[in-house]
Ligand binder design. Structure first.
Ligand SMILES: *Cc1c(COP(=O)(O)O)cnc(C)c1O
Length: 418
């Protein structure tokens, strides 16, 4: 076993895997199909007896090289990539669930994931949404037909931190599959394996890519879950060692059948972005913490939500979960609520550096009025039940110089005096 840091390993991963001409990057393999010298060779690849590629919808050497890097970062035994994070989540659930099954998910979910779970419930899968910051709420929702528990690490925009380790222990006790969406924390702050997750989800479009120039998603198997306990694995996928069953079914019934494939070009860009993930998370986290502290001192701000602030309800949990390998990293996401009567549009429009934009984990700092954008579709009643007020501003801290960011917000707040 190699004990190099994951950052070191991903930087040298392509080269060590063997790339033509000694190139340091895996090239973008754009071939749609792959030919073999004999029909027997082709049949062996089809039947899984030999490794290889057959048709681009099921992956290519460039996506495979990225999957190797995600394995290194997550300490996972296998990864399948997808065209987007939503393609990964929808394909994974379609592959693993049957009508009549039940799943438990956090009620503080990324909006499109929540929308997808609503679709699943229309297809005959029962969904319980619970407060995942309390393991007791998760335990109370368990049913005999519960197939998996799905949580995110830091919720958007409220920044609630789920009881990730507690839910991991609960799943272990009940031999339940535990799926953790690690997009907000990335493997440099938390590894799914360390909280007992069986599957780890990433939107590669966010911090892992970082440069806002590629969309992607992935599902990794940490090797923790015993798939012999999962009732929905089809006989065709039970041939190999049990740790491979789940991901094989996700690859066949998920990726292959839904066709949400990551392209080679996008995989290449994501892999380049991932090389600097550790540095970027460090910088974005320290910018977010500085901004959160500064905002807490502003009289026009009612409250600031950031796991790195001692005022955050799960601050101690966040320290424990995200502080292991490098202290003081609490991620790039923060939100703040303006006092009654202060117009978030006026504040945001006065910012010159911060981009008025959706998206998260970009190198540039982005901000939006949450109730009027990402939570507009659900309507005022649902927003109120989720604690999303009209004055809530969500910020995704980038990697600009800290002083420039604070100055931008200071200028915008003072413009409100005029
Ligand atoms: C963005 C996001 C997704 C979806 O990813 P896309 O790549 O945009 O499809 C899923 N989960 C979380 C937590 C996200 O932030």
């Amino acid at each position: 076993m190699n004990n190099e840091h994951p950052s070191t390993r991903i930087l040298h991963s392509d080269r060590r895997g063997g790339v033509e001409h000694g190139a340091v990057h895996k090239p973008s393999h754009n071939a749609v199909t792959f030919g073999y010298p004999t029909a027997r060779d082709l049949a062996d690849v089809f039947q899984g007896g030999k490794s290889g590629f057959v048709y681009g919808r099921q992956g290519n050497p460039t996506t495979a090289a990225l999957e190797t890097k995600i394995n290194l970062m997550e300490g996972a035994v296998g990864t399948v990539t997808f065209a987007t994070g939503m393609a990964a989540i929808s394909a994974m659930s379609l592959a693993l669930l049957n009508q009549g099954d039940h799943i438990i998910a956090s009620r503080y979910l990324f909006g499109n994931t929540a929308s997808w779970l609503d679709t699943l419930s229309r297809l005959g899968v029962a969904v319980s949404l619970v407060d995942a910051t309390e393991v007791g709420a998760v335990a109370a929702a368990l049913r005999p037909e519960t197939r998996f528990i799905f949580v995110e690490t830091i919720a958007n925009p409220g920044t609630q931190v789920a009881d990730l380790a507690g839910i991991g222990r609960l799943c272990h006790e009940h031999r339940l599959l535990y799926v953790v969406d690690n997009t907000m924390t990335t493997p440099v702050m938390l590894r799914g394996h360390d909280v007992g997750a069986g599957l780890v989800v990433h939107s590669l479009s966010k911090s892992i890519s970082g440069h806002g120039n590629a969309l992607g998603g992935s599902i990794s198997d940490t090797g923790i879950y015993d798939w012999t306990a999962y009732p929905n694995i089809l006989p065709a996928y039970q041939g190999g060692p049990p740790h491979s069953w789940g991901l094989l079914q996700i690859k066949k019934k998920g990726l292959r059948d839904t066709g949400g494939t990551l392209s080679a070009e996008q995989a290449h860009r994501i892999a380049i972005g991932a090389e600097t993930l550790d540095l970027r998370v460090e910088r974005a986290s320290s910018n977010a913490l500085a901004l959160a502290r500064w905002l807490e001192g502003q009289p026009r701000v009612r409250r600031v939500l950031y796991p790195g602030l001692p005022s955050h309800p799960q601050h101690l949990r966040a320290r424990e979960l995200f502080g292991g390998r490098s202290t003081g990293r609490f991620g790039s996401l923060l939100s703040f609520e303006l006092r009654e009567g202060i117009d978030p549009f006026a504040l945001l429009d006065a910012l010159r550096i911060v981009v008025k934009s959706s998206h998260l984990g970009d190198n540039r700092t982005l901000a939006l009025p949450a109730a009027h954008t990402i939570f507009f579709e659900m309507g005022p009643d649902k927003r109120q039940s989720m604690g999303i007020s009209d004055g809530l501003v969500r910020v995704s801290a980038g990697i600009e110089a800290e002083a420039d960011l604070i100055a931008d917000f200071a200028r915008a707040f003072s413009s409100l005096d005029a």
